[in-house]
Design a protein around this ligand. Structure first.
Ligand SMILES: *Cc1c(COP(=O)(O)O)cnc(C)c1O
Length: 520
């Protein structure tokens, strides 16, 4: 729920007006307890100051005008600290037909929120006279929610909490693009590619439209086509095997290491045939596979390696970053990934200049110069708007990677101590995980997931059916039993809420509920 405070409420609280001030403060405490997000309208700042100065004067404060104004500013500064600023949009400027301009702006701002997910709190009679159920007094709000219970845990992945840290930077980035108007491959895409290449530690980064397109573009650049084979894992998101098949090649699955859920290097060599054109390991759940071993096998056979790093952006392997560990690295900026945008996006990484050129050309219809097409490609460009959002998010990313490691380690420590029957993720000593998913193994998963759901704790299964069991891959003739480790994991894995803003007390509730469900 979103709570927008009208000017009069802010003044009531800041000026400690008797009765109404206390009522409003109570409503805000309730909002805090329930996890409701409290907003102030940016366009109201000068009005707020003026109204608060008036209120202080009318209380008979004996001080100079400038002293009262400084007092008002100190009060406001303190008040806004834990609130969110709601930007004023262009459509909220032309309100000159209204009687009360400030009220009309707030009503227009309320209309931006979905349905009844917003309440505008006020005592203003003009606003309340509109009889809009989304406009209420603090006392109405308190009465309506006083017996509400806060959710045990917020979202499975809380992107709103993340946005609270980043709102000014993200809004500024988006507006910059709206003003320069280079919506396709604009300056933000170029800047993002440079930042990402630097972060991953490679020479070249090519941003693309999704983490599926990046896999496709990588395989096309390596010349994978009909009749070819690509060695990969069956325990992954569909896109990995799907893009191999999409090009007419055969996904040759190899079972996983039971500890890390990643491609088992010991089984890779046996899967290589004269038709093999590439090896495509996946860094599942946020941890890289044994890339040294996989690269060594690939080198012996003269094969390129494409790391599907869609879940592991920010992770390290022997001190180097995921994405920069093989011939080509591929990642995704889908919102739920460790570095998520607000839509689709992805990026490719390589140190090979020839390959980088091919990746760039394939991304734009195989074009090597304007309207000259050297090869077959596609339209796989990243939007400038996405790049602008990702640039803003990158500034906060190191903090997020640290929080992810911390939260993952805390889950593991608590679960190992309290319910040893649950298999927690194994992170290799020479690796770090960004915990795109925090995934455990449990027996009787359906019952446990149901119990957690009833306790208000969302869970997910990554992934319930290995790729070789998917109907879409039936033509390749794999059978149940071909990859027993992946099949067993698919029956038992369950992912817990995981995001950098997960509060410690939520984590405690999750662990309590999970341990209770397992022993119950
Ligand atoms: C998410 C994901 C992809 C696909 O990325 P999109 O950006 O959603 O297309 C590919 N591989 C893996 C392992 C993924 O998790």
């Amino acid at each position: 729920m979103n709570i927008l405070l009208a000017t009069d409420i802010v003044v009531d609280i800041c000026a400690s007006r008797p009765e109404v001030g206390a009522q409003a403060a109570r409503a805000l405490r309730l909002a805090g307890a329930l996890g409701h997000r409290v907003w102030l309208y940016v366009g109201a700042v000068p009005v707020l100051e003026a109204a608060l100065v008036e209120a202080l004067k009318s209380q008979g404060v004996a001080a100079s005008d400038s002293a009262i104004r400084s007092r008002a500013r100190v009060l406001l500064k303190d008040f806004v600290r834990d609130k969110q600023w709601l930007a004023a949009l262009a459509g909220e400027g032309d309100v000159f037909d209204a009687d009360d301009l400030g009220a009309a702006q707030l009503v227009a701002a309320v209309a931006r929120f979905a349905g009844d997910d917003i309440l505008l709190l006020t005592h203003d009679e003009g606003l309340l006279a509109r009889q809009d159920p989304r406009i209420q007094t603090p006392a109405d709000y308190a009465a309506r929610f006083s017996s509400a219970t806060p959710p045990a845990v917020g979202a499975f992945i809380d992107l709103k909490a993340q946005q609270d840290h980043l709102r000014p930077a993200i809004e500024r980035s988006i507006h910059t693009v709206l003003h320069h108007g280079q919506y396709v491959l604009g300056p933000e895409v170029v800047a993002l590619e440079a930042r990402l290449a630097d972060y991953v530690g490679v020479e070249h980064c090519v941003a693309a439209a999704s983490g599926t397109d990046t896999l496709l573009i990588a395989l096309m650049a390596l010349g994978v086509g009909p009749g070819d084979e690509v060695v990969t894992t069956p325990f992954t998101f569909i896109a990995t095997g799907e893009m191999i098949a999409f090009l007419g090649a055969k996904p040759v699955f190899v079972d996983i290491d039971p500890k890390t859920y990643n491609l088992d290097p010991a089984q890779v060599e046996a899967a290589i045939t004269p038709r093999t054109r590439a090896i495509m390991p996946v860094s599942l759940y946020g941890q890289c596979p044994e890339m040294d071993a996989i690269n060594a096998i690939a080198a012996r056979h003269g094969l390129p390696v494409v790391e599907d790093a869609a879940q592991s952006f920010g992770a390290t392997y022997r001190g180097r970053r995921s994405g920069g560990l093989s011939t080509i690295g591929s990642t995704s900026f889908f919102p739920a990934k460790p570095l998520g945008g607000y839509g689709e996006g992805g990026a490719l990484f390589t140190d090979d200049a020839e390959l980088a050129k091919a990746l760039r050309e394939i991304r734009v219809h195989g074009q090597d110069r304007r309207y000259h097409h050297a090869r077959i490609g596609l339209n796989g460009r990243l939007d400038t708007l996405q790049a602008a959002i990702l640039l803003a998010k990158l500034d906060h990313f190191d903090w997020e990677v640290e929080r992810r490691a911390e939260i993952g380690a805390r889950y593991t420590a608590w679960l190992n101590e309290r319910c040893p029957d649950i298999l927690t993720p194994h992170v290799e000593p020479h690796a770090t995980s960004v915990f795109a998913q925090y995934t455990v193994q449990v027996t009787d998963r359906d019952r446990i997931a149901k119990a957690l759901g009833e306790a208000g704790i969302p869970t997910a299964i990554h992934y319930p059916i290995p790729l070789h069991g998917q109907p879409a891959f039936a033509p390749y003739g794999y059978r149940q039993g071909d990859f027993p480790v992946a099949e067993a994991a698919a029956q038992r894995v369950m992912s817990l809420p995981m995001h950098p803003d997960l509060p410690e007390q939520d984590q405690r509730r999750i662990v309590d509920a999970l341990c209770a469900a397992v022993s119950g």
